[in-house]
Design a protein around this ligand. Structure first.
Ligand SMILES: [Zn+2]
Ligand SMILES: [Zn+2]
Length: 338
């Protein structure tokens, strides 16, 4: 196995292969921020690129700002547990998921707006008794709304109540600490990747996989509604990333940005298409091939492109056939131990 790991991955331009209807350039790009030896220029370019084009984080920030300025309840109102603001937050979360996941699913899968262009796996959404209600889409919608969105909302309500009562340090405005206000968005991106890797590894332990995470992994091929199709225990773990805001001083825009990155981010990263095309022009980034590989090969890519934890711990699949061989060998070892 060690011998295979030393092999250099073959490079391939974006396109079609035996395994994929479409794949990005291989091996897939990872953030160079943690590269050794350090590549400061590449790291700065990667970090700035995240914020200078219409990337998912930019969309999540726009959503966070719109919600904060136009829809968010008053902090004074949140002081006491009251149905008014609780229902308002629930409405925002359910509304956001329904709008974005429905729009994306309708465009890509019902209207077939870009047919199979830039679609990773050409297979359609499944109809199978493996899924609740016998169809992948209704199953995924059910678990997204009845499990993940409820858990996400519960975490946000808890945070708001604790913050409004002054039990954790908060940031009241940009002017209070402009450097921290901006820097925290970068910290959240790394934290999200770090936290996701570890909770994801945890739920790949056999008992938790069989009883919890299996529900998400029934989706070997994924669509927008698959992103948050999670067991309640997984949902609880997944959104527990919010705990960072109980420790580090946060503004509601930070919390909203973080929660939209986890929720809407999962809807888009599971879209199944690399990018959205509008009139044949690339409109924006959508699916994550890094995570699509996890859904096909299971025991790889537990984290994301932002931190090389998979590379450090030997579970990185870079999309090349060499990596597939290595991950299959790893899987055999894992299952031999069970
Ligand atoms: Zn998994
Ligand atoms: Zn997934």
């Amino acid at each position: 196995m060690a011998k295979i790991e030393r092999e250099k991955p073959a490079h391939a331009p974006a396109g079609k292969s035996k395994e994929w209807n479409f794949h990005p350039a291989l091996p897939i790009a990872m953030s160079p921020v943690f590269d050794v030896p350090p590549k400061p220029k590449a790291a700065v370019v990667w970090l700035l690129n995240t914020w200078t084009t219409l990337t998912p984080p930019v969309n999540h920030l726009i959503c966070a700002l719109v919600v904060f300025y136009f829809l968010w309840p008053d902090m004074a109102e949140i002081h006491t547990l009251d149905a008014g603001w609780v229902v308002r937050i629930a409405t925002i979360n359910f509304g956001a998921i329904l709008i974005f996941a429905t729009a994306l699913h309708t465009y890509l899968y019902i209207l077939a707006g870009q047919e199979t262009r830039l679609k990773f796996d050409v297979r359609p959404m499944e109809k199978s008794s493996r899924f609740t209600f016998g169809t992948q889409v209704w199953d995924n919608i059910f678990w997204t709304l009845a499990s993940a969105t409820i858990c996400w909302t519960a975490w946000v309500i808890l945070y708001c109540y604790v913050a409004a009562n002054g039990w954790v340090r908060t940031l009241d405005s940009f002017a209070q600490s402009p450097i921290w206000f901006v820097a925290f968005f970068f910290v959240i991106r790394f934290w999200q990747s770090f936290h996701f890797y570890w909770i994801h590894r945890l739920i790949h332990f056999p008992w938790l996989f069989k009883n919890v995470h299996h529900l998400h992994h029934r989706n070997v091929n994924v669509g927008p509604w698959s992103g948050l199709a999670m067991h309640p225990v997984e949902s609880l773990f997944y959104f527990s990333g919010i705990l960072i805001h109980f420790i580090l001083p946060s503004h509601p825009v930070h919390v909203l940005f973080h929660m939209f990155s986890l929720s809407l981010g999962a809807v888009f990263s599971h879209a199944g298409f690399e990018k959205l095309l509008v009139r044949d022009k690339e409109a924006m980034k959508a699916g994550s091939f890094h995570h699509q590989l996890h859904h096909r090969y299971f025991e790889c890519n537990y984290g994301s492109e932002e931190m090389p934890l998979d590379r450090w711990f030997g579970s990185f699949h870079d999309g090349t056939p060499e990596a597939t061989k290595r991950i299959r060998a790893r899987k055999k070892l894992i299952f031999a131990r069970k």
